[in-house]
Design a protein around this ligand. Structure first.
Ligand SMILES: Cc1cc2nc3c(=O)[nH]c(=O)nc-3n(C[C@H](O)[C@H](O)[C@H](O)COP(=O)(O)OP(=O)(O)OC[C@H]3O[C@@H](n4cnc5c(N)ncnc54)[C@H](O)[C@@H]3O)c2cc1C
Length: 492
């Protein structure tokens, strides 16, 4: 029996597998596809934006470097210069003041990386296998049973017992349905499309994001990638085949231009349904990533939210499996991640609302456009997109506690990210007398201790960082407070 069976070898399942493998948990990943690699996962259709929190999570485990090689640069003709977008309204880089974002420290980790699903999955699958994880392709999970001691999944041919099962099997998650999770939210306003296609001359479509009175289209001429959002109330029946005629009709309607598609190679549809599992755990079955929350791609939050789930769950599940976890640790997974998922759903809903072609949508869009033309408006959106405003409620008023830690740099050049490679938490003691050294060493299996002055310490004497990079405690090096917080997260 494995400690954990993960269903789905997408980016979220693989990152979770790495986090568990790093702590010597026995993990089996079951993946429906017969082999990795599909044109949907590679660029340009598999192109995805990773933001600060995800990039720091990768850097802390040494997997950012290979991913940087996959970075996609944009052909000049594909994209008007912008600092991202909100509801298709492109942000002016002249208004973006990224250095002013709260607790951000400049360093080697970028704030944004445009990459693709194939690259993320390749890097993570290689690492997972090195950490002893078994990945089995061609295994589509179709049943689950569980009792108080274990859960058993089956792909129809074989049964796989495990102490815990995690569904990372995407938006149509079989695990979510089979384990009878509640799934609630809002229905669609639009049908979206992505395709790889050519457009007949003369090409009238404009490159980049184009908001129109009936929706939006996105065009990247150098790759043939075209995206569309058609406010049809979600009326299109997505079980039917996507014909070139239908795609062309939608493109004409959305763009308002008399364009002709000549060569549709690949096409798929999506909607802005925004739904979330009502809890992320039922007995011995957990959910993460799209299995737990679905939303439209507006604002690029789906993957980043899912990766955040994996990083949050990994160390907690490892400690639970190995009997090291304090009472209730695993419950904090739903407690911390459900609100973040709910926020991401709302973030996409807000964008849909102001893109609506009705007079109300158009009126609010004009207001938002004005606000986004300001420095504060731009920075507000950037802070949200990049994840700098995510703060778990850990019962402390301290502005840093509950946030993803800044990448502190000690004066000898050691960065927090360097200290987190083995998956333990970190105590950074900036006090001259190494005040927290002895209690920290007593927790050596869970925590790494590092002392020294920091290039920027935000006026703090010490910081305790959980294995997922979240600040659990910050302030003056106070032994009593330190002991209390360590026990809260790492047990007696
Ligand atoms: C057009 C588009 C653009 C997007 N852009 C962005 C972006 O820029 N940034 C961002 O953060 N997000 C973006 N997203 C969302 C992002 O792609 C998803 O949130 C992300 O892929 C979810 O990862 P996952 O691992 O949870 O699920 P998936 O990537 O869906 O992986 C699930 C895996 O489970 C497997 N599986 C399914 N059922 C079973 C089963 N029964 N048994 C075994 N295996 C199974 C699947 O084959 C798949 O490999 C975009 C989405 C779309 C459609």
């Amino acid at each position: 029996m494995h400690d954990v069976v993960i269903v789905g070898a997408g980016p979220v399942g693989l990152l979770l597998a790495c986090e568990l493998g790093l702590r010597d948990v026995s993990v089996l990943v079951l993946e429906r596809e017969p082999e990795p690699g599909s044109p949907w996962r590679a660029a340009p259709l598999g192109m995805r934006g990773l933001f600060s929190a995800s990039l720091h999570a990768f850097a802390r485990r040494g997997v950012l470097e290979p991913l940087l090689d996959s970075a996609l640069s944009f052909h000049a003709e594909d994209r008007p210069r912008g600092a991202g977008h909100f509801a298709g309204i492109v942000l002016d880089p002249a208004n973006a003041d990224i250095d002013a974002l709260p607790f951000r420290l400049a360093g080697p980790v970028p704030d944004v990386l445009m990459t693709n699903l194939a690259a993320v999955e390749t890097v993570l699958a290689e690492r997972a296998v090195k950490l002893g994880v078994e990945i089995r392709y061609g295994a589509e999970v179709s049943s689950i049973t569980q009792d108080g001691e274990a859960a058993v999944v089956s792909d129809g041919a074989q049964e796989y017992p495990a102490r815990w099962v995690v569904g990372c099997d995407g938006g149509r998650s079989a695990v979510r349905k089979l384990a009878e999770f509640g799934f609630a939210g809002t229905g669609p306003n639009f049908t979206g499309y992505v395709m790889l296609a050519a457009v007949a001359e003369p090409v009238q479509l404009k490159p980049g994001f184009n908001l129109t009175p009936t929706g939006m289209y996105i065009q990247m001429p150098s790759t043939g990638h075209i995206g569309m959002m058609d406010f049809d109330g979600g009326a299109f029946d997505r079980t039917q085949e996507l014909t070139p005629e239908h795609l062309q009709a939608v493109l004409r309607r959305v763009s308002g231009l008399d364009v002709t598609l000549t060569d549709v190679q690949l096409a798929s549809s999506f909607t802005d349904r925004a739904m979330q599992a009502t809890t992320y755990q039922r007995g011995r079955v957990l959910l993460a990533g799209d299995a737990a929350h679905i939303m439209s791609p507006l604002g690029g939050q789906g993957l980043n939210t899912g990766l955040g789930d994996a990083v949050n769950l990994g160390w907690k599940l490892a400690a639970t499996v190995q009997g090291r976890a304090p009472e209730g640790l695993l419950d904090t997974y739903t407690g911390e991640r459900h609100p973040v998922g709910a926020w991401a759903l709302d973030w996409t809903r807000a964008q849909v609302a102001i893109m609506r072609p009705d007079p109300h949508g158009q009126a609010i869009q004009a207001v938002i456009r004005d606000l986004l033309a300001t420095r504060d408006g731009t920075n507000y959106v950037l802070q949200k997109i990049a994840g700098y405003s995510t703060k778990y409620d850990l019962g402390s008023e301290h502005p840093l506690v509950g946030r993803n830690s800044p990448d502190f740099c000690l004066e000898d050049g050691t960065r927090l990210g360097d200290l987190m490679q083995d998956g333990r938490g970190v105590v950074l003691d900036f006090s001259a007398d190494r005040h927290l050294e002895s209690p920290a060493l007593a927790w050596e299996n869970e925590l790494r201790y590092a002392a020294g002055s920091a290039v920027e310490d935000f006026g703090l004497g010490a910081v305790l960082i959980r294995p997922d990079g979240i600040v659990a405690w910050a302030g003056e090096p106070d032994r009593e407070a330190f002991d209390r917080v360590v026990r809260q997260w790492f047990g007696a």
